[in-house]
Design a protein around this ligand. Sequence first.
Ligand code: G3I
Length: 313
Amino acid sequence: TGLDALIKSKGKKYVGFATDQGYFSSSDTVNILKAEGGSVTAENSMKWDATEPSRGGFNWNGADALANFATQNGKQIRGHTLLWHAQLPQWVKNINDKATLTTVIQNHAAAVAGRYKGKVYAWDVANEVVGDGGGMRSDSIFTTVFRDWTFLDVAFRAAKAADPGAKLCLNDYNIDFSGAKLNTFVQVVKDLKSRGVPIDCVGTQTHTGIGSNNIANFGNVLNTLASTGTEVQITELDIAAPSTSITSAQLTQQRADYKSVVSACMRTSACTGITLWGVSDRATWITGRRPLLWDENFAKKPAYQGFVDGINS
Ligand code: G3I
């Protein structure tokens, strides 16, 4: 029983949840993680600010807790994330030469991916590198120092050396709909492959909204992502209400939207797994907008049935 068992019975690899140590004191949350999920993603604990707050000074407290939870409960791990312009410590942002930044990326990836070698199904090696307009993101130290995409080559090669068995992904948001950003994202992945850089998967975060027009076209988007020749994963799914009040009509629409998104994955052979960005509406980064499958009191919402219907579609 549970979503993970159901999706596996249909040939997919996992349903997962973002979580972290802070949630483990909630027995309701833990029970759902155990019964419904086959994978966990570290919501915050494997990010650079958490793992390497000072150069060469590592803190494994939260990341180890997440990894131990996964090991003890037989869950896969999605590593999130080795390189991101946000939640990046100031000491990294202060680097202004390419040689130093290259070494720093290599050491970070070696340490973090190396520590969990053999335990991680997939790493988000890099997160959110494409700008919303379809160019290089302008507010990233990696872009401004390198001035080209080759910081990705450095990160992916270092991750490969550290954990050769992990699938290595490029992850981004606002690629769950067609447009310049999706086009650039796909081109970046194809270019990495043509340079011989090891990349195995792409992640579409898929933070979307109830009734969004993007959802109807999501199957086409997954096909576009699959055209990179890599595995496609839905990595941070949530479907938020437009405001903190939610109507019963919106809860019904949310059910339909979850069904549509999940069924698009089921129809796409390259789409291997789906991670929800949290368990219950009680604890989500989109405070109050009820984006998840369980409500504030851990009761299943109509959205849960939508997810099931999507798997069965
Ligand atoms: O840990 C500190 C704590 O010590 C401090 O007292 C508290 C006061 O604000 O802040 C805590 O840090 C917070 C951290 O989550 C851990 O709880 C940060 O303020 C808060 O900004 C941070 O938010 C996270 C956000 O990423 C940061 O960008 C969210 O939990 C997390 O869900 C969110 O996840 C991102 C993905 O990594 C990438 N894609 C988008 C997604 C949603 O924004």
